[in-house]
Write a protein that binds this ligand. Structure first.
Ligand code: GDP
Ligand code: MG
Length: 692
C-alpha cells in the first residue's frame, strides 16, 4: 500500500518496437520482487505480454498497469504498446502517466515511433528518462544515439552514465559495465545473480579521462538550473552528490533535461540504476500540475480545477477497460480525493451514477482487492456498467468532466458475420464490449446491407480483433475483404433551406430550417455553430437540433461516408409554438442537409498512412520501385549501419497485403510499420466510380 502521495511514481516505459521495452519491464519486475521468474520475450514467457496474442506476436498491444516497489516507493508501471498500429493507446497511456522511461536501441537509435511518442510526451508535458539499451550488440554506439536524441527529438539529454567496453571500434572490447557519472564509480553486474549483485569499483584507468570530461559536462549543465550549485562550482567548493541529484530532479520535472542511462537489459546490465532514477528524478503525482476539466452542465461551462490532494473532491479517468470472463476491469487513474468501494460516482458523459463494487491493485499475474484508493493511485475497478475508455468518474456533488481524449478516425473496415446465424446476438454483444475497451475500434450496422461493419486503425489491428473474437470469446466468424474508410468533405460554402409541414397522426406539425456547410479545420471533425437567439427557439429544441445536425453529418454525406473538416451553421429556424416539434425540426434539418450534399462541391478524402520500411541495402531497389507503384511519397531515407530506413506516405488503398509483399520482395529480411497519418483528397475517379 502506498504510504503517501509523494511515494508514488506512475510511469510508462515507451519504445519503438524491438528496442527492448518488454525485456526491460521484465527485469524491473524481477528486481522489485514482483515476479519470481525471469521472463524472456523470445520464449514467450514474459508477464506484461500476458495476452496470448501479444506473447505469440512478441508485441505488446493491450497495455496493463502493474504495481511494484523500489526504495520504499510504489511504482505503477503502465505498459504502453510498442506497435505503431496502436499509437492511440500510447497517447491514452501518456495521459495518465506522470513520467516515462524511453528505451532506445543502441544500434537502431531514434526510430520513427520514438519520435511520435516523444512528441506526444511533449504534448502532455511528461518528464522523461532515456535508457539506451542493447549496448552489447555489434554496432552499438552510445554517443551516436545520444546526439540523435538531442538532434532528431530536439531534446536535452543529460548523460548520467557512459558505457565501458562498447563502441563503434573493435578495440574497445565487449561491453562490460557502466561509469556512474555522479558517483564517479565503475559499475559491473554479476551475471550469476542475474545482475542482482552490483559491484562498484574504481573507474578503469583508460576510461578516467573520458569519464572526467563527461562528469564536467554534467556539472556544467546542472549548474544552469541552480544558482547555489553554480556558485559552489565557481568557488571550486565540493558539491555533494545529493545536491546534484536534487538539481537534476528539479530540471527533469521542469522538462528541461532528460537524464540518460545505458545498459543491456537482456544480459541484466544497468536496469537497477534506471529504477533508482525513476525514484530520484521522476515526479510523484504531487509534482504534477492540477488537472483541468469543465463543469458537465452546459449552462455552467466553467473551468474546474482539481489539485492532486486528498481533500479535493474526487475525480479520476478510465483509461483502459479489459474484459475478463466475468466482468470488465476498468483501469482508473485518480487525480484528486479518495474513494471507498461501494461508492456511487457520476459519469458526466452519461449523467448516470456508477457503483464501484470492487477496487483492485493489479500485479501482472495476480491482483489484490483493496478497500479504498486515493489521489495518484492507479487501480482496476469492477462495477461501472456504462463506462467507456476516456470517461471521467467523479463526486456527484462536485461534477467535473476531464478533457476527454481525442481518438483518431478509423481508416479501414471489414464486414463480419457469425458462422452460425444463431450467434448473431452474441457477436453483437462481443463487438460492443470490444469497442468499449478499444476506442480506436468502431462497430456499426450497415443500413444498406444489414452487415456488421468493424472499423479500425490498420490491417493488423483488425486481425488482432478478429483473433480476440475467435479465441477470447469463442465465436466463429466470417470476415470479408477489408475496405478503405473514406471520408467526405466540402470545398466551398453552401446554404440550403427546407420546410416540414405535414400531418403526423391527427396533428399538423411545422418547422423550417436554414443551414450552411463550409470547409473548416476545427478541434472536432464536425463543428456546429448556431446563429439563433434565445428567443428564436426553446433551449431544449435548440440543443436537440444542434446534436441532430452533427450526427447527421457524421452519419454520412453524399455517398454515405462520414463528413469531416466541415462547419455546419444553423442560420435560421421558423418556430411556431404548438406546431413545431422535435420530429418536425429533425425532418426539416435532414432535408436541408440532403439538399446541401447535392449542391455542394463534395470531395472524397482517403486515409494516408505513414509507413516506415527497414531493409538491408540489397533489397532497397526492389522495395522502392514497388512503393512507387503504390503512389507512395518518399519523405526520408536514412542509413543505420547495414540497414536503410525509408519513410513514406502512401494511400491505404494501395497498401493492402503489404506485409506479404514486402516479405517476398526481400526474402523476409525487410520489415515495416504503418500508422494512419491524415486524410487527403482521393483521385477524382474514385468518387466518380462511387456515384456510378
Ligand atoms: P519490445 O518490442 O520493445 O518490447 O522489445 P523486446 O523486449 O520484446 O525485445 C526485442 C528483442 O530484442 C528480443 O529478441 C529481445 O531478446 C532482444 N533484446 C532486448 N534487450 C536486449 C539487449 O539488451 N541486448 C540484445 N542483444 N538484445 C536485446
Ligand atoms: Mg514488447
Amino acid at each position: 500500500m502506498p504510504q503517501s502521495i509523494q511515494d508514488i511514481r506512475n510511469i510508462g516505459i515507451v519504445a519503438h518496437i524491438d528496442a527492448g521495452k518488454t525485456t526491460t519491464t521484465e527485469r524491473i519486475l524481477y528486481y522489485t520482487g514482483t515476479s519470481h521468474r525471469m521472463g524472456n520475450v523470445d520464449e514467450g514467457t514474459t508477464i506484461t505480454d500476458f495476452d496470448e496474442e501479444e506473447a505469440t506476436r512478441g508485441i505488446t498491444i493491450y497495455s496493463a498497469a502493474i504495481t511494484c516497489h523500489w526504495l520504499d516507493k510504489t511504482i505503477n508501471i503502465i505498459d504502453t504498446p510498442g506497435h505503431v498500429d496502436f499509437t492511440a493507446e500510447v497517447e491514452r497511456s501518456l495521459r495518465v502517466l506522470d513520467g516515462a522511461v524511453v528505451v532506445f536501441s543502441a544500434v537502431e537509435g531514434v526510430e520513427a515511433q520514438s519520435e511520435t511518442v516523444w512528441r506526444q510526451a511533449d504534448k502532455y508535458k511528461v518528464p522523461r528518462l532515456c535508457f539506451i539499451n542493447k549496448m552489447d550488440r555489434i554496432g552499438a554506439n552510445f554517443e551516436r544515439v545520444f546526439s540523435q536524441i538531442s538532434e532528431r527529438l530536439g531534446a536535452n539529454p543529460l548523460a548520467l552514465q557512459i558505457p565501458v567496453g562498447a563502441g563503434p571500434s573493435q578495440n574497445e572490447g565487449a561491453f562490460s559495465g557502466l561509469v556512474d557519472l555522479i558517483e564517479m564509480q565503475f559499475l559491473t553486474f554479476d551475471s550469476d545473480s542475474k545482475g542482482e549483485n552490483i559491484v562498484r569499483s574504481e573507474i578503469p584507468e583508460e576510461y578516467r579521462e573520458k569519464a572526467g570530461k563527461w562528469h564536467q559536462k554534467l556539472l556544467d549543465t546542472v549548474a544552469l538550473y541552480d544558482d547555489e550549485l553554480l556558485e559552489l562550482l565557481i568557488e571550486e567548493s565540493a558539491v555533494s552528490t545529493d545536491m546534484i541529484r536534487k538539481v537534476i530532479r528539479k530540471a527533469t520535472l521542469a522538462g528541461e533535461i532528460q537524464p540518460t542511462f545505458c545498459g543491456c537489459a537482456l544480459d541484466y546490465v544497468g536496469v537497477q540504476p534506471v529504477l533508482d532514477a525513476v525514484v530520484h528524478f521522476l515526479p510523484s503525482p504531487l509534482d504534477r500540475p492540477p488537472i483541468e476539466g469543465i463543469h458537465p452542465n452546459p449552462k455552467k461551462n466553467s473551468t474546474q480545477i482539481r489539485k492532486p490532494e486528498i481533500a479535493e473532491p474526487f475525480c479520476g479517468l478510465v483509461f483502459k477497460i479489459v474484459a475478463d470472463q466475468h466482468a470488465d476491469l476498468n483501469y482508473f487513474r485518480i487525480y484528486s480525493g479518495k474513494v471507498k468501494s461501494g461508492t456511487r460516482l457520476l459519469n458526466p458523459r452519461t449523467g448516470k451514477k456508477e457503483l464501484l463494487n470492487q477496487i483492485w491493485r493489479v500485479q501482472a499475474d495476480s491482483r489484490e482487492k483493496v478497500e479504498g484508493a486515493s489521489v495518484g493511485d492507479i487501480v482496476g475497478v469492477v462495477g461501472p456498467k456504462e463506462v467507456a475508455t476516456g470517461d471521467t468518474l467523479c463526486d456527484p456533488h462536485q461534477p467535473i468532466a476531464l478533457e476527454s481524449i481525442v481518438f483518431p478516425e478509423t481508416v479501414i473496415s471489414v464486414a463480419v458475420e457469425p458462422d452460425s446465424s444463431a450467434d448473431r446476438q452474441k457477436l453483437e454483444h462481443t463487438l460492443t464490449r470490444l469497442a468499449r475497451q478499444d476506442p480506436t475500434l468502431s462497430v456499426k450496422v450497415s443500413e444498406e446491407t444489414g452487415q456488421t461493419i468493424l472499423s479500425g486503425m490498420g490491417e493488423l489491428h483488425l486481425q488482432v480483433v478478429r483473433h480476440r473474437i475467435e479465441k477470447d470469446f469463442n465465436l466463429k466468424i466470417r470476415v470479408h475483404k477489408p475496405r478503405v474508410s473514406y471520408r467526405e468533405s466540402v470545398t466551398t460554402r453552401t446554404e440550403a433551406e427546407a420546410t416540414f409541414h405535414h400531418k403526423v397522426g391527427e396533428e399538423l406539425q411545422f418547422a423550417k430550417v436554414r443551414l450552411a456547410i463550409e470547409p473548416f479545420e476545427g478541434e472536432e471533425s464536425v463543428t456546429v455553430v448556431s446563429h439563433l437567439k434565445p428567443a428564436d427557439l426553446p433551449e431544449a429544441f435548440h440543443m436537440a437540433l444542434k446534436a441532430n445536425v452533427k450526427m447527421s453529418a457524421q452519419g454520412g454525406g453524399l455517398v454515405g461516408y462520414p463528413m469531416i473538416k466541415v462547419k455546419l451553421s444553423i442560420l435560421d429556424v421558423d418556430y411556431r409554438s404548438g406546431e413545431t416539434t422535435e420530429v418536425a425540426l429533425q425532418a426539416a434539418a435532414a432535408e436541408a442537409m440532403e439538399k446541401m450534399f447535392q449542391t455542394a462541391e463534395i470531395v472524397l478524402l482517403e486515409p494516408i498512412m505513414k509507413v516506415e520500411v527497414v531493409t538491408p541495402e540489397d533489397f532497397l531497389g526492389n522495395i522502392q520501385s514497388d512503393l512507387n507503384v503504390r503512389r507512395a511519397l518518399i519523405v526520408n531515407t536514412m542509413k543505420h549501419g547495414d540497414l536503410t530506413i525509408v519513410e513514406v506516405e502512401a494511400p491505404l488503398s494501395k497498401m493492402f497485403g503489404y506485409s506479404t509483399q514486402i516479405r517476398s520482395l526481400s526474402q523476409g529480411r525487410a520489415s515495416f510499420s504503418m500508422e494512419p497519418l491524415k486524410y487527403a483528397p482521393a483521385p477524382p475517379e474514385v468518387l466518380k466510380d462511387m456515384l456510378g
